[in-house]
Ligand binder design. Sequence first.
Ligand code: GLC
Length: 703
Amino acid sequence: MNLNKEEKLVVKRYCFGTPVETGAVPVKPEISRETFMEMEIMQDGFSVHMEPEEMVYGLGETVRGINKRGWLYESYCADEPEHREDKHSLYGAHNFIIMSGKNQTQETTEMSGSVQYVTGKRSTTGFFFDTPGRVIFDIGYTQSDRFTVTFEDFSLELYVIAGDSPEQVVREFRALIGRSYIPPRWAFGYGQCRWSYLSSEEVREVVKKQREAGFPMDSLYLDIDYMEQFKDFTINEKSFGDFDALVAEMKKEKIHLVPIIDAGVKIEEGYDVYEEGKEQGYFCKDENGEDFVVGVWPGKCHFPDMLNENARKWFGRKYHRLLDRGIDGFWNDMNEPAIFYSEKNLKKIFKRLEELKKENLDVNTYFEMTGLVAGASNNLEDHKSFYHHYSAVSEDNAVNKIRHDKVHNLFGYYMTRAAAEAFEELCPKKRILLFSRASYIGMHRYGGIWQGDNMSWWSHLLLNIKMMPSLNMCGFLYTGADLGGFGADVTEELLIRFLSFGIFTPLMRNHSALGTRRQELYLFEKKKEIRGILKMRYRLLPYLYSEFMKAALRGTMMFRPLGFVYGEDDIARETEDQLLLGEEIMIAPVYEQNRTGRPVWFPDRMQLLRFRDGELLEKEIFEKGYAYVSMPLGDICIFLREGRKIPLAVFEDAGDNFVRNTEDVDYQNLEMYGFGESVAAYEYYMDDGETKEFSLEKNITIL
Ligand code: GLC
């Protein structure tokens, strides 16, 4: 029997053990009746041989490169501010991988009318290991030619997707997990954030200075300091007493204030969120059924049981307090969940410290002492000490109690789901900005993610570049890193390079930590360069938004590794510091200090469009091969593929105050930049950017 292309793209579902529902796959295909043959089944997982040229993609938000071969990754949402290469996990748990051989022909044999993929000879196969507990991916770490995945609980739903190319596999996978979250269009504008905007006056000041510098801006983020003693859904009446007036003023300026919401609810008599949660039994419980006590920003807290449907509804509805005051965007934080300490563990630590106090601390006891304090936070023992009432486990309330570590990767996802479902109920027509720190596949339908607490390090700029396509594969399209870096002190050069990359990412937010060098753009000398870069962001908006929307509505990737398109080109397959953005352009960010340019691999003939001060400065054609491209600070280089064109916004007033925000952009009268003799039409997607009237049929124009 000859199978046509359509029939070759199959998603097979297998079930091992007694999996816990994650909600990642909304409509599940029937369980396959075929025997699972794609990998060897071991006692605690699976293992398969990898051909030398085989690439492994996926895993979304994690450390290291686009090709994941050569390291051990752990899927266990981590409050991990040190995104170093010796780490094994970051905030997200994205258990999707693609194994792709260079040989694009796949071997198939006929078996009960469907396709059988022969281990080791496949072309491209995707695997989604759907389970909410810890998973270890050993991708050529222990043995360079073996991929091994092991589970703490060998119970999971496994989806196997076979296709001719990684892109096809991604498309099938994305169709399986459902449409990615779509934010309002203003969320594509520049956002300013810093942990330590301490009062409404300070917020006004930041906006004023940004405006005075002639820098556009669409949003200002409120970190924990807007709350009263870090209590969710409260406003600090002393420092943000005029909150309503502030929101109204900002609205006039077309600036959206985006407050943070944390996972922990402060234990405090009289604080209604605490009182209600306690009374209704909505908090996570310890082994004795008491509300579990953890320490986070406000001191002692309880975690709302995000997996309990009623608790989730209750917590989600609390967002209305801020929606009612004119807020239309949120970021959910500390939802791995991050734990400074548990009350239970802290007692033990203090007791032992008391004993150690009396001792002559030697090599053992000294390190025991320091370890005790350092190990208080995000302690695995704590994860094993509290429980959820997870309705999806069983209908029966008595048995649906489940220990946190077994469903750890769902917590941030379900917190974000809580908010998204409440928005659906409270303002069904309007798009609300929502993104989270922790995530699991499935959450991509409810919100975006930011890439957590990176550092003002050059290596993190590169890491953030590499993460974009991996996140897209897993459904996370609305994403971006803290531009400039969150921890550590930024330099002007690093900030400008971060920004020059950040103008391409859907979420474009400058964020920094309390105590670090301030990194608001107007504080730096090279204002002309910065203004030019920001202007490019707003000029690119028609293209970026259009590409984002098409990727969301079609289940495709906005950012692709070069190898996805130029699969026959060995250099392209190994190039990880350049990306394709949409069908039309390639980007090659500078991510090293003191560089005025960089080598660029051209997998094909392309045209460089060099923009300076937001205006086209020059065009240059590059043939296939390596070339050194000069990229002085402030220049934005876009590489147009042959036969393609892109739309850019035009600004009437080319002076300093060219555009203030996304609403000032004219999305209709565009300037087209094309390259080549015969240039393909551009499929331009544009909608109102606010409502949920997003359909490809209605909103595409051919330019
Ligand atoms: C966490 C967040 C960071 C935030 C800080 C204070 O570290 O990741 O973005 O600024 O908490 O709320």
